[in-house]
Structure formats: structure tokens, C-alpha cells
Design a protein around this ligand. Sequence first.
Ligand code: HXC
Length: 515
Amino acid sequence: MAMDKKIALLQDKIKQANLGGGQARIDSQHKKGKLTARERIHFLLDEGSFEEIGMMVTHRSTDFGMEAEKYLGDGVVTGYGTINGRLIYVFSQDFTVFGGSLSETHAEKICKLMDMAMKNGAPLIGLNDSGGARIQEGVVSLGGYADIFYKNVQASGVIPQLSAIMGPCAGGAVYSPAITDFILMVENTSYMFVTGPNVVKTVTHEEVTSEELGGASTHATKSGVTHFACANEIDAINHVKKLLSYMPQNCEEIASHLPYQSADETRPELNNFMPENASQPYDMREVISTVVDPDSFLEVHAAYAENIVVGFARLAGRSIGIVANQPAYLAGVLDSNSSNKAARFVRFCDCFNIPLLVFEDVPGFLPGTDQEWNGIINNGAKLLYAFSEATVPRITVITRKAYGGAYDVMNSKHIGADMNYAWPSAEIAVMGAKGAAEIIFKREITASENPEEKWLEKEKLYSDIFANPYRAAERGFIDEVIEPAQTRAKLIKAFKMLENKVVNNPRKKHGNIPL
Ligand code: HXC
């Protein structure tokens, strides 16, 4: 065959591959308000940067007349490209080919990409839209999933792994995204569950829609499985890009610094920010956004366990991770969900050399049977463990309450924080003055002619001694009590000072975080 004919054949095959399962199925995908696998890649990567790998792969199955039905690429588009100039590996499942279902070869393509991403130290992004295991293939498809899970674990902590769920994600298929670092879902067109509504109805007699069972809002608020619920696919893609901008390429690197022009770093408004009454709530996000670089805060898991706020930001152009108690929700108390949420975030930041900044205003752990029976002991221990093992630069600012075990857990000096600041409004004690007085002066209060008055008097006494940052500062548990207005300036200097921090935890195979 002459070269021009060979090239024409190649072009014909490329055209076929680009059509996936055919125009009719592409139209049907669009009608559902969804983009195709290739359109998603187009919007994700820098213009013209995508290089496809494995376009001509087809499945090998022969049962059920499958030999006669083959599509180039076999339901997943894989390759590499750049986002804002950075190398990224991406796979994008093509729902127009057997519903994006995972065959043996589909899995092989993803695994090959994961190997390349690990070898070359670049993030992996999965755009998931799949009916799950390719039913016609049986166990080889299940094996393919397991191969992916295994590699997800090998890659964990080596390269950032992000999963955007753009369609169905059911059965064991949910476990690959679950192992990755961040999940993003699209409202109304994506769902994740281990078993769908039909199985649920048969087994538990519950009637539930796919959306209620495993839609984006459900997982963003109730289960915490997804970190972001995005309005549409473009919003999800933009979130992926933003999220990546705070991360390095791999665990050996640090996230790139944005250029920063130093300016007046004082924030006088913070001196008048704290409510007079220590029981009055305020929104910690206001403190965060006043302290970090303008518009740089990207909240993660915003609608889940809102008593703790986590997210990425920049300080003088440097990427940092923030963990902050939220007095505006449940008074900022630590409970099981907030401890889990924060622990996972701390571990991500530590994996990828992202320094940690903690804002603390916490009245303690949430009491009650619900918490105890749901394992607040183990869950709280996760956060304690996560902070304790983190070797990245770690700074805490106590804005108000730091009570009880929560004082220790929230990145205290004792568990390895590098710099601990307190505002003059800080109260660092075993518990609030009212509760403390009731316990330690019980006899005096009950014996008094006016118990209420006695209680108030003792509360004041306890409060005068402990409801301040100075007892902790005397011991060096607090490095400096600072004016709120100076917070940003202090943090910029301290993070710069900690830039070359080196800490080596004792050699071990791996620790045993209480799961
Ligand atoms: C092969 C599949 C498929 C699958 C869908 N298709 N799922 N082909 N294996 N798992 C095909 C359909 O035959 C159809 O082909 C096309 O994809 C689109 O499917 P529709 O049903 O027409 O689309 P829709 O109405 O949007 O419904 C999508 C769906 C539904 C909800 C995903 O297809 C579905 O329920 N599929 C089965 C899901 C499932 O039970 N998967 C196994 C889960 S267990 P045509 O030719 O008409 O275009 C699992 C185990 C993993 O995944 C274990 C890992 C440990």
C-alpha cells in the first residue's frame, strides 16, 4: 500500500476513535447535559497540549458476540498534557462506549498511565463516567478494578490523585476514587454508591432515588465522600485546575510560589474583630480571608462537618493548608466527623510538603452517647495522630478558646508545632471557667448562703487565672502573644523562617493510625 493510503487509513482510524461509540450516543450524552470524554479533556488541559496514549486499544472479549462490537480506545481516553504549563496525566471514561464500563483492556490503559504518572512524578486526574465492571467480561473486569485499586495505593502520597465524578460510579468502582486524594462530583448528573436504589429497596425496603442515595449534595453534606459538589461539569473542571495550583507535582517537590510583592502586612481590622462576649460566635472564614493573600482561600469539604474549616490558601505567594475551628457552627466543637475531615486534610498536606496553619477556637470535644458510640475516641485520635506525625512547617494561632484535650490536639507545641501564637483574647485551660468552678469549688458553692453568687465569684477567680494566654506563654507553650493585627506579618516571617525545616520521624515500616 502506498504511503498516502496508509496515512489515510491512519486518519480514518483516528476519526473512528474520536467518535467513540458513535454520533447517536454522543448526542444522547449531550442531551443528558453531559460532555463527552474528549470534550472534558479539551476543557481541562492547556489548548493543544493533549497527547493521547492507547487510542487503538480494543477489548479482547469473545463472549456474547463481543468480537463483532469493538470501539477504538475501548471506553477510556488516556494520555498526558499540561494545565497551566504543568505536566498532568489524565484518563477520561467514555460513556458512549459500553457505558464507559471497565474491561480488562480499559483497566490496562488506566494502569499504564498510573505507572507513567508515578515514574515521571506528575499528578493523575481521573474523569469518571462509567457503568462499572464490563458485564460481558466477568472476572477479568473485576481483576482490572483491583489492579487499579492496588496502583492507587502505590501512588498515594507519591503523586496527587484527583477524581472528578462526571456520571455514574457504582459498585466496587467507587473505591478507586475513594483512595484518591480529592473527589469532585457534579450536581444532578453524577452519583456514587456501593449498591444502587434497586438493591437498596430489595435489601432494606427503603425507597430512595439515585440522587438522594449518592448524588453530589448527599456526599458533600452527609457522608463527606466528595470534597466538592460542583454546579456543572465545567465548574468541576475549573475546581480541579484551581485545586492543583496549590499542589506540587509529587512528594519530592514543593508547590510553586506565586510572585509576591511585600506590602504593609498589618490588618488593623482584626484588633476589633473578636466579640466582647466569649460565647458569641463569629465566622472563622473572615479571619482566614483577612490573613491570607486576597482571594486565595479555597475551602475543601465546605458543606461537611462545618465545625471545622479546611482548605488551601496562599501566604505571600506560598501555598499553605489551613485547619480552623469554626465558632459559627456548633461553637467550633470537635466531633467525629470534623476530626476525620481535618485528619485526612492534614495528612494530604504533609504528604505533599504543604505547610500547615491552624486557627484555634475550640471549646473541647462534643460530649454525648452519639459521639461516644460512634467512636469519638478513635476519630479524635486520628487528628491527634495526623498532626503529631506531620513534618511540614506547622503554625498555630489561638484566637480564643483552647480547652481540654482539644488544646493538645489542635497542633499544640507539645505535638510538634513549630510556632504557637495566641491573641490576647485566648483562653487556654482545662475547661471553661463556669464548668471548672462548679467542679473544684462544689463544696464551697453548695455550702454558701447564696450559691449562685458564690459560683459567679469562683468562676471569675478561675477565669482571671486561666482565661488568658499568659499561663501558657510563661511555660513557652505559646511562643508569642500577638496583636491580631500583626497575625499576617508574623505568619509570613515564621513560615519563611521554617522554609528549610527538616524533621525525621523514627524509622518504621509505617505507623498504625487509629482508623
Ligand atoms: C457493559 C454496559 C454497562 C456495563 C452500561 N452498559 N453499563 N455495558 N457493562 N456495566 C451499556 C448499556 O448496555 C448501553 O449500551 C450503554 O452502556 C448505556 O447504558 P444505558 O443503560 O442505556 O444508560 P443509562 O440509562 O444512562 O444508565 C446508565 C447506568 C446503567 C445506570 C450505568 O447502564 C446501569 O445500571 N448499568 C449497569 C451498572 C452495573 O450494575 N454495573 C456493575 C456494577 S458492579 P448501548 O449499546 O445501548 O449503548 C461493579 C463491580 C466493580 O462495577 C467491582 C470492583 C471491585
